[in-house]
Design a protein around this ligand. Structure first.
Ligand SMILES: NC(=O)c1ccc[n+]([C@@H]2O[C@H](COP(=O)([O-])OP(=O)(O)OC[C@H]3O[C@@H](n4cnc5c(N)ncnc54)[C@H](O)[C@@H]3O)[C@@H](O)[C@H]2O)c1
Length: 389
């Protein structure tokens, strides 16, 4: 089977490639190093070492005995994507290649436009390339649980049954995103649904929770690390909390800290994405999977990081609530469904405390690098102050 990973140089893409290499699949990868560049722009870097792509691919082939055929280019460039499709002839394509930082999209108009245009265009390019070059390809597209927002009712997986003024229908579950980035994922979902209606493309639209962790089983053995970001723009909640503890900064829940979100480990994210490939939707089906293991409040995660850090190092980490840079409910109802992946065979890999311990251990191994980045960890991007021209 031929599998194309758009965004193979990223946090999830590089780990996914390693899992798929162990399944004997033919791998093709695309990246334009957008994340590497933009992370540098905010004065940050991956804490775990990420060599040049040439070196990465060489080490990958050396360890797994099979390579990734790599194409450097922008998925938002239609000629480029069509040419990749013609050469790779993928049976499955994972679309991970989007601007993925909510804070980045909220810095100002330039970043908002860049996120809006490149994300939407890349997905439109993908469905056209699929339709024209390989209409049987299975598209696995990464969206986010953040598309749903935090409604005061249960959240279903993609669609819900409604009765209104005496009539019934099954409709897309209402989306209510909280950043320009999250809205791009909503628009992508709408576009994917429409492409499916037009051309009967086979699509899995993954509503993924926040991913945490440094390793998956394969990385433990290969030591071919995936990137790990801890700064306020590119790092995600739990990963940043661990880094704050390691460098001696306070752990900073935003506002009241009772925001609840779905989370899953990198290992579980990769398992779910592999299940999506191995258990595809029917021909012509558009399916939505809510992909997370548990939902936690930010306060619970901060307390757990503090507890694990104390157990591991004997040192205390302080928790300090800071002004919330985001515009979001800080205490709310949250009860999303996540049944479909379990029905397809997903079994969560571990437990939160063990995963946090592993993150802290890896960060302690690269403590000097964490300390170099100390000045970019605390929040500075305020949604309401997003700058214009
Ligand atoms: N990490 C999470 O917690 C999380 C949660 C929910 C959803 N997601 C989604 O999963 C996907 C992958 O996330 P990630 O954490 O691996 O992000 P990442 O930024 O580490 O990886 C994305 C990769 O795609 C590349 N890329 C971006 N735009 C591109 C373009 N136009 N052309 C070619 N390459 C491009 C980047 O250079 C990067 O290597 C994203 O779509 C993200 O929105 C991630």
């Amino acid at each position: 089977m031929r599998v194309l990973i758009l965004g193979v140089d990223g946090y999830i893409g590089w780990a996914l490639a390693q899992r798929l290499a162990t399944r004997g699949l033919d791998l093709y990868g695309v990246d334009n190093f957008f994340t590497r560049r933009r992370v540098k722009e905010v004065g940050s870097d991956s804490v775990l070492p990420v060599p040049s792509i040439g070196r990465r691919l060489q080490l990958f082939r050396g360890f797994y005995g099979r390579g990734i055929k790599f194409f450097r280019g922008n998925v938002a460039d239609p000629e480029f994507l069509y040419s990749v499709f013609k050469e790779a002839k993928p049976d499955v394509v994972y679309h991970l290649a989007e601007q993925r930082s909510a804070p980045y999209s909220m810095i100002g108009l330039k970043q908002a436009n860049e996120t809006m245009v490149t994300n939407l265009v890349s997905t439109i390019n993908l469905v056209y390339a699929a339709k024209d070059v390989n209409p049987n390809v299975h598209i696995i597209k990464l969206g986010t649980m953040g598309e749903y927002g935090t409604p005061n009712i249960d959240i279903t997986e993609g669609f819900f049954d409604i009765e209104f003024r005496g009539r019934k229908d099954t409709l897309p579950f209402p989306r209510s995103a909280g950043s320009w980035y999250h809205w791009t994922k909503v628009h992508d979902s709408n576009n994917l649904m429409f492409a499916n209606r037009l051309w009967k493309l086979k699509i899995t639209d993954v509503m993924q929770g926040v991913v945490y962790g440094t390793e998956i089983k394969e990385i433990e053995k290969s030591r071919l690390f995936t990137r790990f970001d801890i700064d306020e723009v590119w790092g995600t909640a739990l990963n940043r909390f661990a880094a704050q503890a390691v460098v001696g900064l306070p752990i900073t829940p935003y506002g009241k800290g009772e925001q609840k979100r779905g989370f899953l480990s990198l290992e579980d994210s990769i398992s779910c994405l592999t299940i999506a490939l191995e258990k595809p939707p029917k021909d012509g089906e558009y399916r939505v999977l809510n992909q997370f293991d548990q939902y936690y409040s930010v306060n619970y995660l901060a307390d757990t990081v503090r507890e694990v850090f104390r157990e591991l190092t004997g040192k205390d980490a302080r928790i300090k609530h800071v002004e919330n840079p985001r515009v979001e409910a800080e205490d709310h109802y949250y009860n999303p469904d996540h049944k479909k992946l379990y029905e397809l065979g997903y079994k969560p890999s571990g437990e939160l405390k063990k995963d946090i311990k592993k993150i802290i251990e890896d960060l302690l191994e690269y403590e000097e690098k964490c300390k170099e980045l100390k000045s970019v960890i605390m929040p500075r991007t305020y949604w309401r102050k997003s700058s214009g021209l």
